[in-house]
Write a new protein. Structure first.
Length: 428
């Protein structure tokens, strides 16, 4: 983990607080508005604070400030096109930048760019990086007052916030049009302070599971019929892996029990690979002492009575009849032996009477929280990179997290887990 963002005191300027962004990688997106002239000072302040700055401009931004200026100040080539002509392998540059950055700030963000970001449009390096970025994205809208308050702009900004973007409201004052109103880009000093605050909050969030053991299950299980065939489901393991990664980044010791999955092992996570529901049961029981248990795996409810030693051949026109037996209910077993200080989270995949069925599972299995999803929902459940989840607590209260990336859903679930544990500590 990088050194946390912090502020330092300087004895040379009457104890003035100076933002320290040492070892931080910042992408600055500059779009085509008159406020683009402030981006030069923003780059200068970010560099002075110790950050490495990569400027990404839209073509229209060059009408207001030259790439040479920003490239000289940042000491890095300014990027504009998705396919720069002078760089080999550039078609993946937006992906590598999205992984490199600690924060992506768009300042100024015009109404045009806000609309593109809200609707996933990708016609420049700036919008491509925004779609690929895994880091926080800070959007600083700047435009004429009437454009800013227009319902379309406000709706687009609300959409960005729902996606997890951070929107820094524009200042009020005299605008380039000669009117007075809200729409001015905040001063570069204020933007740098906001960047530092967002990064500090991210560091603090990454430390809220330090010292805890978190057990996560993921993926499907397979119940063999014969040496060739098996019973399974469509789970890819993406949701469980996202939870394991998020918990590790927040400081936990993570044990990931995974059914068959092609996903790479998360860095720093203890991974245990299993195949059958019984193997998953045995692995989970060995780690039932975890402070937090999140059962995200799609465990088979039934297994075959026996597995044929040879491939079952087709014979005549007759049907193949399989006798199936219930597998052990791992979540119910954990609920029965749950310790008072332990937090137990289940997943419920329901297609009918979702809320009622999920609430019943909470009571029957002694859960603290259940994550409910429906494979019929657009962008939800198996094999998607997104999920739509509703969280239900022990009191039956429902919180709809909406449709978000599984990485974002994972952190929202962990936010609730931390809240539950804090409430428990206070009550004790």
């Amino acid at each position: 983990m990088r050194i946390p963002t912090r502020t330092r005191r300087s004895n040379l300027d009457n104890e003035k607080t100076v933002t320290d962004l040492s070892d931080r990688n910042i992408i600055l997106g500059v779009t085509g508005g008159i406020a683009a002239y402030k981006s030069a000072e923003l780059v200068r302040l970010l560099k002075k604070a110790g950050a490495t700055v990569q400027v990404v401009m839209t073509p229209d931004a060059t009408r207001f400030i030259g790439p040479l200026t920003l490239g000289t100040l940042s000491e890095r080539e300014v990027l504009m096109e998705i396919f720069p002509e002078n760089e080999s392998g550039s078609w993946t540059k937006h992906v590598s930048l999205g992984l490199w950055a600690d924060l992506f700030v768009v300042a100024p963000a015009t109404a045009q760019t806000v609309g593109k970001l809200a609707h996933g449009l990708c016609d420049s390096m700036l919008t491509a990086v925004a779609l690929a970025a895994r880091c926080p994205i800070l959007v600083c809208p700047a435009m004429d007052h009437d454009m800013f308050v227009h319902p379309a702009t406000q709706s687009n900004l609300e959409t960005l916030e729902e996606y997890g973007y951070v929107v820094m409201p524009p200042d009020r004052g005299e605008l380039a049009s000669g009117l007075v109103g809200q729409g001015r880009l905040p001063e570069p000093e204020a933007i740098v302070e906001r960047i530092a605050r967002e990064l500090q909050q991210r560091i603090e969030a990454c430390e809220d599971l330090v010292g805890m053991k978190v057990l996560v299950t993921a993926g499907p299980t397979r119940e063999s019929i014969d040496p060739v065939r098996f019973l399974t489901n469509h789970s890819s393991g993406k949701m469980g892996f996202a939870l394991a990664i998020a918990a590790r980044l927040r400081g936990a010791h993570v044990v990931l029990v995974s059914g068959p999955s092609d996903l790479p092992s998360p860095t720093g996570v203890e991974r245990i690979d299993v195949t059958t529901a019984n193997e998953m049961y045995q692995a989970v029981i060995r780690h039932r002492d975890a402070d937090v248990v999140i059962m995200a795996a799609a465990v088979a409810d039934y297994t075959t009575e026996s597995t044929a030693s040879s491939k079952i051949k087709k014979e005549g026109d007759g049907d193949l009849v399989l006798t199936l037996h219930r597998t052990r209910d791992i979540l119910a077993e954990l609920g029965r032996s749950k310790e008072p200080e332990q937090t137990l989270v289940g997943f419920a995949l329901e297609t009918d009477n979702e809320i009622d069925n999920a609430r019943r599972k909470i009571a029957e299995k002694n859960l603290d929280l259940i994550a409910l999803n429906n494979p019929k929902d657009k962008g939800a459940a198996f094999r998607h990179d997104t999920n739509r989840v509703r969280l239900i607590d022990r009191d039956g209260a429902v919180e709809d997290l909406g449709t978000k990336s599984k990485d974002d859903i994972a952190n929202l679930i962990l936010d609730r887990v931390v809240s539950i544990r804090l409430v428990g500590e206070v009550s004790e």
